[in-house]
Design a protein around this ligand. Structure first.
Ligand code: TMP
Length: 203
């Protein structure tokens, strides 16, 4: 049995990630792949409970990081690892790069602490490919605040928080050895899809 591929999507809130995720999953399925679509924090009944806490309840920044990785441990054990082992592809809306970007860059938690959690929770497992949807902070911020719904605890952060998140994503991408692909998501949607098609043809 060939192991499935693990693809993650990243980007600022408001980068358009969710739209592209739907298209990506449909495209892979149309190509005959068996695809599990999931998300973090969340993806399991326990993980979704932790997600509700993480998005709403004020907490210490280390508690936040630990809960993100606790949800991730459960997600890997219950969903991601079994799916990859049986040959399914897993498309996950956010994964560990988000912890380095938000808890590391945004909140200022030292990367060394996150690296300990990363290696504890996932060992050597890394996504086969990570698509990072990059837009200027002003674009993402404008979309989120213009949505007309109540904002969660992360979305309520100020523009300078998101500048740090974006910079952390870009530095991690530069150090990822090609795993993370930066997609300019400020372009028209058909151009983004063309780029995505070219990228997924390589996996
Ligand atoms: P979502 O809105 O893309 O579903 O993500 C929920 C929020 O959780 C988003 O603002 C980013 C944040 N997040 C972290 O801060 N650290 C993490 O490790 C993950 C997976 C998400």
């Amino acid at each position: 049995m060939t192991r499935g591929k693990f693809i993650t999507l990243e980007g600022l809130d408001g980068a358009g990630k969710s739209t592209h995720l739907v298209w990506l999953v449909e495209t892979l399925r149309a190509r005959g792949k068996s695809v599990i679509q999931t998300r973090e924090p969340g993806g399991t009944p326990l993980g979704e409970k932790l997600r509700a806490l993480l998005l709403a309840d004020p907490m210490h920044l280390e508690t936040e990081a630990l809960l993100m990785f606790a949800a991730r441990r459960e997600h890997l054990a219950q969903v991601i690892e079994p799916a990859l082992a049986r040959g399914d592809w897993v498309v996950c809306d956010r994964f560990t790069d988000a912890s380095f970007a938000y808890q590391g860059g945004g909140r200022g938690l030292p990367a060394a602490k996150l690296e300990i959690l990363e290696s504890w929770v996932q060992g050597s497992l890394q996504p086969d490919m990570t698509l990072m949807f990059d837009v200027p902070v002003e674009t993402a911020y404008g979309r989120v605040t213009g949505m007309g719904r109540e904002l969660d605890r992360f979305e309520q952060e100020k523009a300078d928080f998101f500048q740090r998140v974006r910079q952390a994503y870009l530095s991690r991408a530069a150090a990822s050895g090609g795993r993370m692909r930066i997609i300019d998501a400020s372009r028209p949607i058909d151009q983004i899809k063309k780029t995505l098609e070219e990228i997924i043809a390589t996996i």
